[in-house]
Design a binder for this molecule. Sequence first.
Ligand code: ASP
Length: 591
Amino acid sequence: MYRTHNCGQLRITDAGSEVTLSGWVQTIRDKGFMMWIDLRDRYGVTQLIFTEENTGADLFEAARKLGREFVIQVSGKVIERSSKNDKIPTGDIEIEVQALQVLNAAKTPPFTIEDNTDGGDDLRMRYRYLDLRRANVQQNIIFRSQVAIETRKYLAEQGFIEVETPVLIKSTPEGARDFVVPSRMNPGEFYALPQSPQTFKQILMVSGFDKYFQIVKCFRDEDLRADRQPEFTQIDCEMSFVTQEEVLQTFEGLTRYLFQATKGITLPEFPRMNYDEAMQRYGSDKPDIRFGMTFTELNDLAKGHGFSVFDEAELVVGFCAEGQAEHYSNKDIKELTEWVKRPQIGAKGLVYIKLEADGSIKSSVGKFYSDEALQQWAAHFGAKAGDLLLILSGEAEKTRKQLGELRLEMGRRMGLMQANDFKPLWVVDFPLLEWDETAERFFAMHHPFTSPKKHDIARMLDGDFETMKSLRADAYDLVINGVEIGGGSIRIHDRALQEKNFKLLGFTQEQAESQFGFLLGAFEFGAPPHGGIAFGFDRLCAVMSGQKSIRDFIAFPKNNQGRDMMIDAPSPIAGEQMDELYLQSTWTPGS
Ligand code: ASP
């Protein structure tokens, strides 16, 4: 038997018992006549004590040859420690070792196996198996497992059926870029890896499965941004005979349950906010509502006073940073102005109004507006002495987004984004279509299968171009702390309406037929009304843990170049393999 207990298990009440433990050598403290070793496994750390007297000279010498990360087995007696460690659950005891066996030696690891390791990103990813030994990384992966198990419990309890959908499917140009897989048996033809099981889960509804879910890998060949992975996991769901309201209730229930079951946290209400309001008040379709600083529009007060920047702007809008006047010297304001002018934000400038504690007013636009006028602005903001008003102007949509970024930055600086404060909300009533100026075409704001609101169907079927821009969808996003956890929609289940949508999105009839003919066909055989949602599972785990990076919740993530550093993928394939797949290489690796 390798072990009677694990390394996180023994307590003072076990003192006197004979035990056997197995694990990894975490640290060695050698005092010459006495030696301590911290033995680690995924359950914790237990201190071992070796003395020449109790352990015997041979064993003592053998113990001296151990190194970090050796895998060992020890037997001995649990004794009370003379100097206790109240930071770990096993801190009251140690094991007086009487037998030692080296199960496997280890090279010195290239970085320390500690929460705060000295290993850089690349090194840790190359030796991910060592990185995964670190307790904090292990906790993330264990937490992920708990969330997955609880998800299955909850959804099963609600009558959902888990169905696996295929990984080798057909490539469709809509959405992100597909990863493709050549088919050996069908020369010159390719499968695609699914960006999501969207069409399959809708087909399952046509088949009558009624409530489907799957914790499923999805693949998107996008340029990788900080928090994206080419393969990621969704909690994917679909339901029949439901309205938007029932979908929201079900997944609000799931979210509440997951926070309660895995973290003991009771979430507050999930307010609903429509898309237009989110954009107008927060400059974002995923507002962080842990704090206020909502927007105040100033067109009426700001325009027509000879300040051309405002006069020419479509929108003048700002927010009030409470109590910040004294914290922002001219130099700080200048720095903040540079911040909004960075290309990532793209504002042309920043206007401020400082309501000094003594009642005086200081502003970068003081030349154009009297103190009385600026007081009026302050009143409009609901601001008081000590507050700082920050204002941007320009084209409406862009300006709102820029101000949204500034709001988040101020929230961060003011310490208003507490990691363990969770504020969920539903953003609803998204536009159905989004006009892309450059491509000169409509894109589906959610995806092409999303239904317009019932009252918009008639307008969609015979409206003009402007009408199309105003159509609203039964589409919704769950947002927690400014992060989009997931989104979904009620779907179109009628062939004619789906065809119309494809047409609006620029598909010819032939393209729609060749890519989605199976779905259009299925709609003709009694498709029930249906809708669903998918949560980004990696992201959900990160947000629930109050962390930013989804990578830390994926056992084997890819780096920013989409590479797996441990197995070194992607990699070239052999010439014969290329031939077998009818792939002709016009590109030599490394060229
Ligand atoms: N398939 C969608 C997505 O991946 C989610 C949904 O509409 O259910 O975003």
